[in-house]
Design a protein around this ligand. Sequence first.
Ligand code: HPA
Length: 278
Amino acid sequence: MEKFMTLIEINAAAEYIRSKTSYQPEIALILGSGLGALADMVENPETISYKDIPHFPQSTVHGHSGQFVIGKLKGKVVMIMQGRVHFYEGYSPSQITFPIRVMKLLGIEKLVVTNAAGGIKRSFQAGELMLIDDHINFLGFAGNHPLRGPNLDEFGTRFPDMSQAYDREYKDKARSTARQLGIPLHEGVYCCLSGPTFETPAELRFMQTIGVDAVGMSTAPEVTVARHAGMRVLGISSITNMASLDGEHQASHEEVLEYGTRVAAHLKELLLTLLPQL
Ligand code: HPA
């Protein structure tokens, strides 16, 4: 039976976090595979382990630690998710997006999501960044939509608009900040697939045909739920590997983590400069 998280459970998690921190976070950041290092920059951090939070899903993937880091970063009070959970781990779409609703109840209205992604667009290279212009939620298409089930009216409407899933002003700021810093920032459409397999060449060519620039196994469900609740979203993918449309190169989690770490310096610089502007 699919698990739909209830308002009571979301409230319990939010209450627990509130009881463990003296901060009132303004912005949440989700750090994807190999990108967790930004959390080390947080001043006077308070950490809360996911395993101690009622009803909170636990990350089972190497490269994803499971904790919130709350504190000050560039003058903003941030709540960083160091590690997230994925659909392929066996969680329902409602469970993987549970943290977003907890953030909303904590009063957070701004979300920065990052992820590791495979590059489809031929002008991309492993180790580069892509601003997410828009997404295709294949999980949702296939029926695994995070808003399936009872609508929680406290968060948003039954049929939410998704015409501007990624905030236009945030995108403008990301573009101009990257330009100022001299950090190459591509832009494109991110497609969320279930995983855990990497894609076959035929699947990748299909993605290319339908206008996908980068593929990954996260983000779209979280962004959907954040937008349902009216939160503003900025999304950035780190292109950790180039998807092999001809099957000549094999993808691996090790490569994803290695390139994630390499791109982390640019991502860190970009986010640190952007944060005060959000
Ligand atoms: N495919 C899917 N997810 C990914 C990839 C990929 O090539 N790289 C990092 N996450």
